[in-house]
Design a protein around this ligand. Structure first.
Ligand code: UN1
Length: 495
């Protein structure tokens, strides 16, 4: 019998109110990997009630002690890393090295936020008055609702959950419908590490039946969402109606610049990894290569040769470099973009086909695909594809390259390969993305710097590092007057 995965509400593993279920299949093989309880507004409500109740005591539990629970959770995650990585490959498809990386990212975030339990710094400032003390302290918000995507099934829930709980909030998590299992594992680990019941709750099910009620619930003042730009816009409108605090992490159209002075060996490695790692299903994936005309032909040839040799298959096989897309729908979308690229007149120089021969027959595989001579106005150069498709856009100067990089509606990640320090510094000054790499690809952000993007990618907030603590806490400025008399700021002279 396949295991039934349940909701975790108020410290108990429970079936949904409706009792119905949904199953998930391995995107490489089509095999069922688990049956999951299918929830609706009633379960969301129960989770919010449990989280609100837990908040009353969790906010008073000393932050360093909250951190100790996270330290313990991080150690458990380290022990289980390999087992969870395998489960994640089966659930989501990306290759083992990358699922190990995903779990490592959750471990890193958990340790980092555990340490925040002893920091969460505020400020003290001098006063204009005598005998008056003042400081700012961080306060938790209450119940936070987290809506997470399928491409980083453990890392992204950890980015949101760990800062939220160390700061004293309680959580209702709605994981992606495609990848509930690894979010459940993360919650199990927190339970085992001693997190009190109700501090973290998880409700499984669809965006419409679980996500929407969570988003619109009056008991949830804070929402953090990672997913598509289209859904993110709807989330923003709902959050605005209820005046909720919100982080949005949405699409990207990340570009690598390759200058005529670049180390081409390095650029080729960086582009292949950025474009085809995670089968292109990262918000940070390399989707455009803005290449100086002087090296365009050579770069195109080398990339095409290498892309054609990448091994496609089941990510559990250690030789495989490119796993499946997460779903049939995703495969269809990606392949649709390949057709759009052809029709718009780009030169297809590698891949281009759905891969369904032999052992690949039951999975959602697509060949790593490269288009050359793409122009900035083409749809494949503007829209997020979220799959193994990359476009080469030729330019004849750094200024034009930067213009092309900045000329899309998104602003998550960008990169430049150059050996010239002046080019590097101009890129640092003039590229307006949230993340920028010099001589490395567009992926691989570390957890202690702010993560997020400008323009259509986000709404100004950042995740990770201390930026996450800023989001999950509210400032309170406290003035303590010990003069024993009324001292009017801005009015009375210093006594
Ligand atoms: C994402 O694609 O949603 O920087 C997150 C990176 C990873 C996180 C990606 N550390 O590529």
């Amino acid at each position: 019998m396949t295991e039934l995965f349940k909701n975790y509400i108020g410290g108990k593993w429970l079936e949904s109110a409706s009792g119905s279920t949904f199953d998930r299949r391995n995107p490489a093989t089509g095999e069922v990997i688990g049956v999951f309880t299918d929830s609706d507004a009633r379960d969301v409500d129960a989770a919010v009630v449990a989280a609100s109740k837990a908040f009353a005591s969790w906010r008073l539990y000393p932050a360093p002690k909250r951190g100790e629970i996270l330290f313990k959770a991080a150690r458990i995650l380290e022990e289980r890393k390999e087992a969870y990585a395998r489960e994640m490959t089966e659930e989501m498809g990306k290759v083992l090295d990358e699922t190990r990386g995903d779990i490592q990212e959750a471990i890193d975030m958990t340790y980092y936020m555990a340490g925040e339990g002893r920091r969460m710094f505020g400020q003290t400032t001098p006063s204009e008055m005598r005998n008056k003390f003042q400081m700012s302290v961080r306060k938790p918000h209450g119940v936070v609702g987290l809506i997470t995507p399928w491409n980083f099934p453990m890392a992204i829930p950890s980015w949101k959950m760990m800062p939220a709980i160390v700061a004293g909030n309680t959580v209702v998590l709605k994981p992606a419908t495609f990848t509930p299992k690894l979010s459940i594992r993360l919650v199990e680990v927190l339970e085992e590490a001693g997190l009190p019941g109700g501090v973290v709750n998880i409700v499984l099910g669809s965006g419409s039946k679980v996500g929407d009620p969570l988003l619109n619930h009056p008991g949830v003042p804070v929402i953090s969402f990672t997913g598509s730009t289209e859904t993110g816009r709807a989330v923003a409108m709902a959050a605005a109606r209820h005046n909720k605090r919100l982080t949005l992490e949405m699409g990207g159209k990340n570009a690598v610049i390759v200058m005529d002075d670049a180390d081409l060996d390095l650029a080729v490695e960086g582009i292949l990894w950025g474009a085809f790692g995670t089968t292109g299903q990262r918000c940070t994936a390399t989707s455009r290569v803005v290449v100086h005309k002087a090296v365009q032909a050579e770069l195109a040839e080398r990339l095409a040769a290498r892309a054609g040799k990448l091994k496609i298959g089941n990510g559990l096989d250690q030789d495989v470099q490119v796993g499946p897309l997460v779903s049939a729908g995703q495969l269809e979308t990606v392949h649709g973009y390949v057709e759009v690229g052809r029709v718009d007149g780009a030169d297809l120089i590698a891949g281009g086909k759905i891969a369904n021969q032999g052992a690949l027959v039951n999975g959602h595989f697509h060949e790593p695909t490269i288009f050359d001579n793409v122009t900035p106005d083409m749809r494949i150069a503007r829209e997020e594809i979220f799959g193994p498709v990359v476009s080469l856009l030729p330019v004849d100067s750094l200024d034009t390259a930067i213009e092309v990089v900045n000329g899309v509606e998104y602003g998550l990640s960008a990169a430049i390969f150059t050996q010239d320090v002046n080019n590097a510094f101009r890129a640092m000054r003039d590229i307006f993305t949230g993340i920028l790499y010099i001589n490395a690809g567009t992926t691989g952000a570390e957890i202690h710097l702010p993560f997020g993007g400008t323009k259509g990618t986000g709404n100004g907030h950042r995740e990770a590092g201390t930026a996450a603590i800023d989001f999950y806490t509210e400032w309170q400025s406290i003035y303590v007057d010990y003069s024993g008399k009324l001292q009017r700021a801005q009015i009375d002279p210093v006594g």
